[in-house]
Structure formats: structure tokens, C-alpha cells
Design a protein. Sequence first.
Lengths: 502, 325
Amino acid sequence: MSAVLTVTEVSRSFGGVQALQAVSLAVDQGAVHCLVGENGSGKSTLTKIIAGVLSADAGTVAMAGHEPRSGVNPALAIREGISTIYQDLALFPNLTVAENIAPGERSASLKPHWQWRSSAKSAAADALEELGSAISPTTVVERLPTAERQLVAIARAMTHRPRMILMDEPTAALTHQEIDRLLALVGRLRDEHSMSFMFISHKLNEVLELADSVTVLRNGVVASEGPAADYTIERLSNDMTGRKISSARPTKAPSGREPRLTVTGLCVKGAVGDVSFEAAEGEVIGIGGLLGSGRTELALCLCGLLKSSAGSVEIDGVALRPGHFQDAIECGIAYVPEDRLTEGLFLDRSIRDNAAAAVASAHSSRLGVLDRSALHATAEKWLGQLRVKSADSNDAVNTLSGGNQQRVVLSKWLANRPRLLILNGPTVGVDVGSRHDIHETIRRLAKDGTTVIVASDDLPELLAVTHRVLVLSSGRLRHDLHTSDLTVQALWEAISADGARS
Amino acid sequence: MIRNALRDRVDAHVILLVGLLIFEISVFSILEPATYPTRANFTSMTLQASEIGLLALGVVLTMIVAGIDLSIVATANVAGIIAARTMTSLGGSSAGATATAIIVGVVVALAWGAVAGALNGTLVVGARVSPILVTLGTLTLFTGIGTAATEGKVVFGIDAFTWLGDGKVVGLAVPFLLLVALAVLLSLLLARTRFGFEAYLVGENARAAWFSGISVRRRQFAMYVASGMLSAVAGLVVLGRTNAAQVDFGQSFVLLAVLVAVLGGVNPYGGRGSPLGALLAVAVLQAMSTGLNQVLVEHSGSNFFKNFAWGILLIVVLAISARSR
């Protein structure tokens, strides 16, 4: 088989962070290629370079029969036969299905203006029929469920007569049945039309079900590649994370201590239903579950960033007012958000100011006069404890690498001496070394008596740092598993089996 | 070493502005040796710069928290009108009655400024409407209030109050001293207090500030109230200088004040800037505008060249500043 797309030695950096380093891959004619990797591994950057919406610093992207390119030119990529369906689908919600599909229909644009609508309708109907779909072309897109919107996006992509369709996380928002239907459609287009697909995904089981070949990215480089038949879920996760699953385990769970956190019948409208659990002083609890399982919502609700509709959260016997983040902070809860860049950091400010951001009140007089030297001393102390590597803590935080930035975010919260630390995806997009150090920090904090909650979709991480894992699906607490005798395989089965049942 | 130490302490932008100011004064002193480098000219320049400077301080404060206040001039004019009406209606024949009238007038004007700022703050923070739209709206609203109250006519104040506009202390114009004092005070507040530290963080990234437990809304609200009160001070200064208040006074000052704030190193996206920078920027603008006026009088110049030159100045300063970052 001949390659339809060839990516050669592509590199790209963002302000000192190397997102991709000499990445090469090839997609065969009439094959499904899966690009997998953790968040921050460079998948999205590579997708954007292939789609022509980002330029490469070095290296080229070439479609068979066309000149290699490296610059920004999405229209050229489409002409060469690459159609890209982004995660948000990029549809116009207020227009009809036909109007959404037609702008890509070349013949429609040649029709006189007054005939555009009717020709668009028939073109859209044809395109949808080809996909075996019965969506009416006159429906307004915002009334369609996600799976059908996705079909509209695919139909639109098809009108370009692409040789390859690039899909970014196509299954993230779909139910299991819808995923099966989508995969069947992709398989049919591959076999009947000899089209090529490139899937970006981190759902490992799907990857293996559909793909002909696989490329695993880790920290911007190709960690492994080969035919899908050579891969097992275990190998994929090993290659994605770059570590053996049997890594360090937490120290034994503390016993006989008073519960620090008591959650009773907690509900969040549309996300979490009737969750109850206790966490002791010095205990590390993981929250696992698929996307949309209520994992993030539960974490946000515990610290008052999301208002609960029923139930209670108590810290050392004191009930928190639902939806009051400031209260939660005063009670000693710290929340480290998922998205470091937009929620955790003040990018243009100094490392020191970032680390000090949450403790200004503790270092000012009653009149509000700030003791800057004390504030900086506290910041430096925690930056040192977390081994943040920088030439000068007066430098802007955006000069640091992802791993060091995440440590700065942690320093900010640890400076507040929390009693309950809630971490959401603590090592997303972080290099292996920093990841190890962050895990080490979590274990040390727990040993010193802090209660830690880790919400994560990184199973080895949950096993490496937690004493117990709460498995959620559809917002319900399905399992409360002790980590000591748990394997990644068993945890994955617990998480995904529940996903299938729902 | 010394260079690095200096760079850490002094912003490159400040150096640029000081350099520009020295350059302007030297050039115009050479071109117009008889009129430019004189005491009378400097006094007149400081006086003219004060009103814009006070208005610009409000813009600086709101821009630090990633907002803007375009209602400054309208707020100032209404403050002047309220103060003039209060003083003339209370002003008696005795010195004591006059003093009371002035104090009450000033307090009422400042209270108006706080209310106007609180309205802006509430709409921006509470209703989450874009600051540009909110303050354009209140600009119109306040102008309407002023027009309704005065039918667009000039309102006169009382003679005793003109000290605020015309008075001198150790040879320096009172409005200028007021501007310098407020700029220094505000810079200290921003640099030395928890409020200031957190306000810059709010401007840099409100979401991250919120996650850090900072009460984002309170910081933003306070800046709008402060901007309203600073505008009221500017309105009082205008009343003192002209002994009159009018609803359509100085409408071009809005954009000038924004210009001064940005020229002074405020980041319009928030998180950066200082009242002292605005003070320097207003000096740079005034030195140039007076100098150009004097040069152009000889060459049958018209006023259009002044705007032209200010535009160039702004672009040049921003370009140099963006490059040095």
C-alpha cells in the first residue's frame, strides 16, 4: 500500500516549550491510523500542522502527489485532500443542516444566488444519504444531538471529496452505541471508498478496535509505532506514559484516624448523584472515571466551585456552605485546577509572585499593608521544597517548562498549608521527571497529615499515589477500591465496564 | 551587574519616557529660547496637564484590572455642576458660611463620583457587561443627567473656590500638586498593599486569581469607584480653574486620558501599569503640545498638526516599548 500522507521530521516549539521534536509518520491509502498520546504529548499540535492551521518550525507534511509543505495554509490542505473535523465540529448552530454542508460543496457556489438554497438542499441530502443517515437537511443544527452533528460535520467533510479525514477526539462526547455506529461508518468508508482516516484519541480500547496502524506520541516525540495488531492496551499505556505500570506505591493507608472529610449524599444537578464517602487525615483518595462520569464535577463541588443541589461536605466536622469557594479556602481546602495555563498561572508575572498569589492576606497587616519580603520568603521556601528549577525566581513564569510550571502552581497552594488538597489532573502535560517529583510530593504531604484527593484519568497515576480509588460513572459512585492489590487492568475494567453498562 | 540591578528596579518604559521628556524640552528650548524655557511657561504647562492627568489616573486604575472607564469626563462634569450648585446655594456672606459651602460642595461632588463609579462597577462586575459598553452607556447617561440639570447652560461657582484652580503653593500650581500627590499615593497603595498585589493578578488572569482565592469582583469594583472619585476631583479642579461647570466641557479629554494611560505603560489587557507612569506620560504629551504650539504660531500653523504629532508619538512609544519587551 502506498502512503497518502507523509509527515517528515516535524518540529514545533511554543515559547521555549518543545511541543514536537522530529516527528515522522505515514498514513496508508485506505487505512485508519490512530495517533495516541497523553494530554500535552503534542497530538493536537501535530494535527494542526497537518491541517495547515499551524506552521512547523522544521520538517514537512506531504500529501501523495503534492509538494511537501510546512507553512500555514488550511485552504491548501483541503485542496490536497485533507478534511479535518475538530473536536468542537466547527458547525454553524443557527443554520440548517443543508446550509452547513453546502458551503463546502463546490458546485453549489457556481449556481446563481437564488438557486443556492434548493441546490444546497439536494446536495446535503445526497451527502447524508451516502453516509446512511436520515437527518433532514432543513433541520437547524442546534436542535440535533451531538452524534448527529458529527455526521453533519462528516458529510460536510465528504463534500470536499477528501482522500483523508482527520478527526480530533471524535468519540469524546458520544455514548457507546453512537461510538459503535461511528466506527462502523468509518470502516465502511475505508473499505468501499478506499479513504484514509487519522484518529486522534486517548481511549485505548477504541484505538485497538478500529486502527490499522498506530503512532504513540510522548512529550513531543514518537514513543513507538507499528501495526495495530502489535499493540495491547497495556503496551499502549506503557508507551504513552513511558513508565512501567508497577511503579512506586504509596505508603500504607493510615488507620484509626478521625475522618477529615465527610461527604454525605452529595448531588450536583446533571452531573453527580448521591455520592458519600469519608477520607481520613493523611489519606490519599483517587477519583477515577471516564470523561463525563462526573469526576471533575465532584472535585469542583467539594471545594465549593460548583454548587451542590443536595447533600453535605464536612471538614473536621464543620459543614461547608455549598457553592462558597472562599469559605472552603478558609476551612483549609486548596484546589489545584486542571488547566494550568488558564486557571493556575499568571503567565507574564514572576515565578515568585505566582507562588505567592494565594497567601497575600496572610502576609499583610490589618490595614492591608503587604510585607513583601516575608511574602517572598514564603514563596521561595515552597519553590525550594518543590525543587522548581529556575535561574531567578524574578523571571516570568512563562519561561519555565510545563513540569516546573505545575510545581509553581502546587507551591502556590502548599504555601497556604491546606488540610485538604484537591488536585485535578496534577500531571497533565508534565514531563516524566516532574511527574515523579509531583507524586513524591503528594506522598510526603499525606505522610505529614494532609488529606489529598486526586481526580485523574491517568490510571498508573491513581495507583501510584492513592490509598483508595472511587470509581464514578454517570455521576454515581460505583466502586470504592483499595489500591494496594489493584492492577491497572483491573482498575480500567472497573472504570470502562461501568461506562458500558450506563 | 549595575546595569542588571538598574533594570530590575526601573522599568525600561519609564526610562524611555524620561528620555523623551528631556529630548522634547531640549529641542523646544533651542527652537523657542525666549518663550519655552521660562518659569511662566512651565507653570502654565503643569496647570494644563493636571486635568488630563487626573482623568488618566482613573483610566490607569481600571485598566490594571483589565477594564476601562470611558465615563470619566461625563462624571467629572456632573461633579463640577453638583459642586457649583451646592456651593452657590449654600454660600453665605460670612467666611464661615463660605468654608462650609466649599466643604459640603466637595464632599457631595466626591460622593457623586463614588456613586457613578459604583454604578459602573456594578454593571461590569455584576452584570458582566463589557467595560467599554458599560462606560460608554454611563457616559451617555451622565451627560444626560448633566444636561437635564442645567439645560446645557454654564453653571457658575463661587469665587472663593478658585484657589483650587489658580492657587499656588511654593510656586507650584495647586492642581499639579494634587495630581502628583494622588499619583504617588496611588502608586504606593498599589505597590505596597495586599489590595494592589492582588489587583494586578486579577488584571493578569482573573480566572487564575479566582482559583487562587482572590475576591476578583471586589478588586474590580473598587477600581471603578476610585476612578469615579478621581474624575470628580478632576471636575472640581476644572470648576476651580474656570469658576464654571458645563456638561459638554472637554469631551476630547476621554481619548486623551486613554492615550496618556497607555503611553504611561498600562497594558490595556490588564495586569500592568502604574499611576506614576501616567504622570510621566502626561508630562511628555504636554511638553510636546505646548512646544509645537509655540513653534507653529510663527509658521502659520494650525492645530491639526498637534493631533497628528500626538498620534505619531503614541505609535512610536508603543512600538519601541513592544520591541524592548
